[in-house]
Design a protein around this ligand. Structure first.
Ligand code: NOJ
Length: 714
């Protein structure tokens, strides 16, 4: 439900209806059309030729107080309708001040921190005249070959739903129309992350049970939190393009999820219905999209070209167009752009302000995940380090993809962060991302010889993940491996830091490094955050939200796979899996090390029976048994042992990230509701079935130490 009081909503809808009555067909189709610079290869193009006819409703990728004010003024003067423009942009993990990528943010297991990031992004973007962001992306990603895994919150439905809700609230605030806020757009509806082979834009073939139980809940969470808009995806879902898919856009989105905002197509996804082979021409693709429930066409004149004709021919009724238009105009009213379409240019002074940078830095220390540590971390300020790798002195790639309005000179590099923190180090680049040369490697080897410990920062360029960046090799590029090998020959302990937009396979480095940390892409404050974290000023508190495979041939690897009749127990020949490799992940969902150790004990349940509409309390003692304060993420998993549709071997149903001083003990409590155990049965009814369940409170999804059993009864 849109976050606005019924009275305000009612008044806005009535006003919108009046406005719509006064529009010509051309003006109506214009309000449903979005234009942006990017569709003309980044040439600046504002489509002013549309102003006289009023055939433009919103812009994408156009921002900045000066430009948006100018365009609003021109529109106000020239549009026959005087309807203000809505400026939209891909503000994905920050507008100017860049935060860690969404995948990195999810590894914090702190949705509230992501909410704070969304608030900062909303403030900066709205200062630039942007009132609508195409975020959050809540597509579940179980395959790291898919480059867009970086834009979402990982492989788990429950965790992703929590981030979805928090981020929507961060962007939109308590009520639509608040100052410094923007509209959120949940994308991409739906199943985009399940593209065949992890290939971006490829087909999705999925059972409806999987759709309902795995892919839909994060959208539901965002919509329940008030998300005002949704973006339809590029791909075909069970053979039907999402953008022309009445079942998805009407029955599911509006019917089941009770979405009352509006849907925008992804760029080109309307005309691509022709390329898909779903319709013969653009007239028909417009018709199918509108009939399916789409409101705005992103990037182009296709609706302007065809809506008047569609109505004239009786293929679409004017009432259908009015219905598509109503939430668009209503939201413009609620945002307040009719009253004041302009922004105060002074507002842009908040870009990169201390408060925003501090928020980015605070978030960035929460995201890295330590996979291995034999003792080289935290760093010892009395030691000398060799800081080596192409990412060390890099201002751009550590920002990650989708930082469209970045200003790279504002990034604190890793090298700068180390300097600021007073760490004793010498630096060598060692290699480029994809190429190296003998001299750079020789310099790196020399640098390694003159230190106590080597810190190698290797990984992906920013452009190696994101849209259309699917990859077969989930490895550190060969040039950097060669650098690693040459430096390793020096024989010093190695700390390997991996910066990437996806899980990267680290098997070959595991035994040759003292410590391995995924640092992802941490944004503007990368260097400062990383130096603090490596020095142990903060605990290493990130946990994986996407499983790391041993090998690409295992993919997809995710923890919550379904039971099989021949589970991979390594006991008999005829088992599910491969003959030459395990089906397990090298590092599983939920995994990550702290600088301290925790002991989980005394798992108790308030009852071992739960009514079908009841709940139980789950408690467990957690003690910090190490020598320093630190964080652990207590994770509650369940398993439905017998069900009318076979259930996953484990499912996350709760988590709490907690800080404990050395020696401190605390009891964590979870309330598990019967409703949390619901799934969709063979008739696609959402049910809680009586029967036995296992339950774990664990440090990660493979930790079976604390296990209990309970039953659901009628
Ligand atoms: C295509 C992407 O799929 C989508 O996520 C993005 O919001 C639009 N382009 C606009 O840039």
């Amino acid at each position: 439900m849109l976050n606005v009081t019924p009275e305000k909503l009612d008044a806005a809808v009535k006003r919108a209806e009046e406005i719509i009555k006064g529009l010509t067909l051309a003006e109506k189709s214009g309000q449903l059309s979005q234009f942006g610079t990017s569709i003309y290869n980044d040439e600046v193009h504002y489509f002013e030729d549309h102003y006289e006819k009023g055939t433009i409703g919103s812009y994408l990728t156009v921002g900045g107080a000066e430009v948006t004010n100018r365009l609003q003024k021109e529109c106000k003067e020239k549009f026959p309708t005087h309807i203000p423009i809505l400026f939209a942009d891909d503000v994905i993990h920050g507008y100017k001040t860049i935060f860690p990528t969404p995948l990195a943010q999810s590894a914090s297991w702190e949705p509230e921190a992501a909410k704070k990031g969304a608030e900062v992004a909303a403030k900066e973007a709205s200062s630039a005249g942007i009132r609508w962001t195409f975020s959050p992306m809540v597509d579940i990603a179980r395959d790291p070959r898919w480059g867009r895994i970086v834009e979402g919150y990982g492989e788990d439905t429950y965790l992703c739903s929590k981030f979805s809700e928090a981020v929507v609230k961060g962007y939109q605030g308590e009520e639509i129309g608040e100052k410094d806020k923007v509209l959120a757009c949940m994308k991409h509806f739906i199943g985009y992350g399940a593209c065949v082979g992890g290939r971006d834009y490829d087909a999705v073939d999925m059972s409806l049970n999987t759709l309902y139980d795995v892919y839909l809940p994060p959208f539901k969470a965002g919509i329940d939190a008030g998300a005002a808009t949704v973006m339809s995806a590029f791909h075909t879902f069970n053979g039907v393009p999402c953008t022309g898919n009445k079942f998805l856009l009407k029955d599911l989105l509006r019917g089941m999820l009770k979405f009352d905002g509006f849907v925008i197509s992804d760029a080109g996804s309307v005309w691509e219905m022709k390329t898909h082979g779903f319709v013969e021409n653009l007239y028909d693709s417009s018709k199918e999209a509108l009939k399916a429930g789409l409101s705005i066409l992103m990037a182009g004149d296709q609706f302007n070209d065809h809506i008047p004709e569609l109505i004239k021919n009786g293929d679409i009724t004017e009432e259908q167009i009015d219905k598509a238009l109503l939430p668009v105009i209503t939201l413009k009213i609620l945002l307040g752009v009719f009253e004041d379409p302009f922004v105060d240019p002074k507002g842009e002074e908040c870009f990169f302000c201390d408060e925003h940078r501090a928020a980015s830095r605070e978030m960035a220390v929460k995201c890295p995940v330590m996979l291995e540590n034999k003792g080289s971390l935290p760093l010892d300020i009395s030691k000398k380090y060799a800081l080596i790798g192409p990412l060390v002195d890099d201002k751009e790639n550590v920002l990650g993809p989708w930082a469209l309005k970045k200003e790279i000179e504002t990034t604190v590099t890793i090298k700068e962060g180390f300097k600021n923190a007073g760490i004793n180090f010498s630096y060598a680049k060692g290699s480029d991302f994809l190429e190296n040369n003998e001299q750079d490697i020789a310099d790196a080897v020399e640098c390694a010889k003159n230190c106590d410990t080597v810190i190698l920062v290797l990984g992906e360029k920013e452009e190696m993940s994101g849209e259309a960046k699917s990859r077969v090799h989930l490895r550190i590029p060969d040039a950097q491996i060669e650098l690693f090998n040459k430096v390793a020959e020096v024989g010093k302990p190695i700390i390997l830091l991996i910066s990437a937009g996806r899980p990267i396979i680290v098997e070959e480095f595991k035994d040759r490094c003292d410590s391995i940390v995924y640092i992802w892409q941490l944004g503007t404050e990368t260097g400062n955050a990383l130096a603090d974290l490596l020095l142990g000023k903060h605990d290493m508190s990130g946990r994986l939200t996407a499983s790391v495979p041993y090998h690409e041939g295992q993919l997809p690897v995710y923890y919550n796979k379904n039971h099989t009749g021949r589970p991979a127990l390594g006991k008999v020949w005829y088992e599910t899996g491969y003959k030459d490799m395990t089906t397990d992940a090298a590092y599983t969902f939920g995994y990550g090390l702290s600088y301290t150790e925790f002991e989980y004990s005394d798992l108790t349940l308030s009852a071992t029976e739960m009514k079908k509409d009841g709940s139980i309390e789950v408690c467990c003692k957690i003690k910090n048994v190490g020598k320093r304060g630190g964080y652990t993420v207590a994770q509650l998993y369940i398993r439905d042992l017998v069900a009318s549709c076979v259930r996953p071997i484990k499912e996350l149903k709760g988590f709490e990230k907690l800080y404990l001083e050395a020696g401190q003990e605390r009891v964590v409590k979870f309330t598990l509701n019967a409703d949390d155990l619901a799934f969709h049965n063979q008739k696609l009814e959402r049910v809680v079935e009586p029967g036995k369940f296992n339950l774990w409170v664990a440090k990660d999804s493979a930790d079976n130490t604390l296990k209990a059993e309970f039953s659901v009864v009628e």
